[in-house]
Design a protein around this ligand. Structure first.
Ligand SMILES: Nc1ncnc2c1ncn2[C@@H]1O[C@H](COP(=O)(O)OP(=O)(O)O)[C@@H](O)[C@H]1O
Ligand SMILES: [Mg+2]
Length: 460
C-alpha cells in the first residue's frame, strides 16, 4: 500500500515497459520514450488504494493520452500477480481492472451521480443504476477494457482518450432517443478532462445475457458447411442466410434512426473527389509497405476512380464506422449493434463526420468474406472447400444486402444499385486489411489479397 503522491513517479518509470504488453495499447510499433501524468484522482483511500490516472504516452514525435486504473494493497492476492506493475518498486501496485474488490467503486459512483476531482460520474436521465456489485473484465477485450457487473451492467473504459464526447456515447444516446431496438440501453457515463475540455472516459450499458456475437455464429455456420461439402447449404442445420438477412434489416434500421436523429447531407462532386483521393492515398501508403499488392494496384486505382461516375445522389450521414461481425450481438429477440466508436486507428475528428452508409455495408460484406475463408488458413489447398467458402460468402452477402434493401428508406435503397461506390469501399477496406495482416498476421494476408483480385475483376 502506498500514498498516492508517492506512487506516481515510480509508476511512470515502470509504464514504458508495461504498456506495450497490454492488448489495448495502440502504439506497439515503436518504443515509448516517456510517460507523464496528466491527471490523478483518488477513488479509494487507504488499503486498498485506488487511483484513476490519465497519462500522456510519448513515442518520439507522437503522443497520446491513455486511461489507467492503478491500485495498491498491503497484501496482493495471488490472482492479481499478472497485472503487477510495481515489481521493481518494492510495492504491490497493479492495474486494477481485474481486481473485483475495487472495480465496484466505479459503478457505485455512477449510481450516486457524483463528481470527484475532475471526474464526473453520471447516470443517464431516468436510468436506474444499482451499485454494490463487483465488476470483472470480459475476456474478449480488444481496444478497450469492459467490466461486467453481476450480468446486469457493462462498463467500457476507453483506453486511448480524445477530448470531446466519445462517438460511442453520442450515437448510443441518439439511437436511444429514437427508441432503437438495435442497441443496448445506455445507462451512464464517466467524463474527465483533457486539454481543458470534457472527455468521455467510460460508458455504462445494460449487459445483455444469453447473447452470441455474430462472428461466433457465422463461423460456426461455415464449419458446419465445410464438414459436409456434398450437401446444399439450405439443407444444412447451420445455414446462416436467414440471420444475415435480419442483420441487414437491423443495420438499415439503425442507419434510418441515425439519419432521423442527426441529419444527413447529399455528397457533392468535391466530396466524392475527396473520398477517391483518400482511397488512393491509403493505397500509396500500403503499397510502400506490402510489395505483394503491387500487381493489383492498377485495377484498384481504376476501381477507385470509377466512384466519380456514381449516378444519383450519395447521402452522407452518421454511421457506425467500424462495422463487422464481431461488433454485432444476436440476442433472443434480434440483432444489436455495438461499439460506435469508429475505426480505432482514425482520429476522433475524422470519425465523427458524415459518411456514406455504404461504408458500413462494405465493412459487413468484408466480414462475411473473412468468416468464410478463415477456416482454410494454413490448410492444404482443397478446391472443393474453397468453392464452399465462396458459396457461403456469396449466399450470406446477398442475404445481408436483401435485408438491408428491405428496411432501407429513401434515398439509400439497395446498396448494390450504387455498385461502383460499394465496390470501391470494399476494396478500400481490403487494402486496409492487407496492411493490418501484413503487420500482425502474415498467414492471413491471402484473404484480403484474394478478395482484391476477385472484386477488382468484377467478381463478388
Ligand atoms: N451490452 C452488452 N451486452 C453483452 N455483451 C456486450 C455488451 N457490450 C459489449 N459486449 C461484449 O463486449 C465486447 C467488447 O465490446 P465493444 O463495445 O466492442 O468494445 P471494444 O471497444 O473494446 O471493441 C463485445 O464484442 C461483446 O462481446
Ligand atoms: Mg469492438
Amino acid at each position: 500500500m502506498g500514498d498516492a503522491a508517492e506512487l506516481i513517479d515510480p509508476v511512470m518509470r515502470e509504464l514504458p515497459q508495461w504498456l506495450p504488453a497490454q492488448r489495448w495499447f495502440g502504439g506497439k510499433d515503436r518504443p515509448i520514450t516517456a510517460v507523464r501524468p496528466v491527471s490523478t484522482t483518488v477513488l479509494l483511500e487507504g488499503d486498498p488504494l485506488l487511483l484513476h490516472l490519465v497519462v500522456e504516452v510519448q513515442q518520439d514525435d507522437r503522443s497520446a493520452p491513455y486511461q489507467l486504473l492503478i491500485a495498491s494493497r498491503a497484501h496482493l492476492p495471488e490472482h492479481l500477480g499478472s497485472n503487477w506493475i510495481g515489481a521493481e518498486l518494492g510495492m504491490p501496485c497493479y492495474e486494477a481492472t481485474s481486481d473485483a474488490d475495487v472495480t465496484g467503486r466505479l459503478l457505485d459512483l455512477i449510481a450516486e451521480n457524483t463528481r470527484i476531482g475532475s471526474l464526473t460520474f453520471a447516470r443517464e436521465p431516468g436510468a436506474q443504476v444499482r451499485g454494490g456489485l463487483r465488476g470483472r473484465p470480459i475476456t474478449s477485450e480488444q481496444s478497450n477494457t469492459s467490466l461486467v457487473y453481476g450480468n446486469q451492467y457493462i462498463l467500457k473504459l476507453f483506453r486511448k482518450l480524445s477530448p470531446g464526447e466519445n462517438p460511442d456515447v453520442r450515437l448510443h444516446r441518439a439511437l436511444q432517443e429514437q427508441g432503437s431496438e438495435h442497441v443496448a440501453p445506455l445507462l451512464g457515463s464517466i467524463t474527465g478532462e483533457l486539454d481543458g475540455r470534457p472527455a468521455t472516459v467510460g460508458m455504462l450499458q445494460r449487459f445483455i445475457t444469453d447473447a452470441v456475437d455474430g462472428w461466433a455464429m457465422a463461423t460456426t455456420s461455415v464449419r458446419d458447411l465445410m464438414a459436409d461439402p456434398e450437401l446444399p447449404p439450405d439443407l444444412l442445420g447451420g445455414d446462416f442466410a436467414g440471420e444475415s438477412q435480419r442483420l441487414g434489416q437491423a443495420v438499415a434500421t439503425v442507419h434510418n434512426e441515425l439519419r432521423r436523429a442527426l441529419g444527413e447531407q447529399l455528397a457533392d462532386a468535391d466530396e466524392l473527389d475527396r473520398t477517391v483521393k483518400a482511397m488512393h492515398d491509403r493505397l500509396d501508403k500500403v503499397l510502400a509497405a506490402v510489395p505483394q499488392l503491387r500487381e493489383q494496384a492498377p485495377a484498384l486505382r481504376a476501381a477507385f476512380d470509377r466512384v466519380r461516375d456514381t449516378e444519383g445522389p450519395v447521402p452522407m450521414q452518421f454511421i457506425h464506422g467500424d462495422l463487422h461481425l464481431g461488433q454485432v450481438l444476436r440476442t433472443v429477440t434480434g440483432w444489436l449493434l455495438l461499439d460506435f466508436e469508429g475505426e480505432p486507428a482514425a482520429p476522433v475528428s475524422e470519425r465523427s463526420v458524415l459518411r456514406t452508409p455504404l461504408r458500413d455495408v462494405a465493412g459487413m460484406l468484408r466480414s462475411f468474406d473473412y468468416a468464410a475463408h478463415q477456416m482454410l488458413i494454413g490448410q492444404p489447398e482443397d478446391p472443393r472447400l474453397e468453392e464452399r467458402a465462396l458459396e457461403w460468402a456469396r449466399r450470406n452477402r446477398a442475404a445481408f444486402c436483401d435485408g438491408y434493401t428491405k428496411n432501407a428508406g429513401d434515398p439509400v435503397g439497395d446498396p448494390r444499385s450504387q455498385g461502383f461506390l460499394l465496390r470501391a469501399l470494399e476494396l478500400d477496406k481490403a487494402v486496409y486489411e492487407v496492411a493490418y495482416e501484413h503487420a500482425n498476421r502474415p498467414e492471413w494476408l491471402g484473404v484480403p489479397l484474394a478478395s482484391i483480385a476477385r472484386i477488382s475483376t468484377g467478381g463478388e
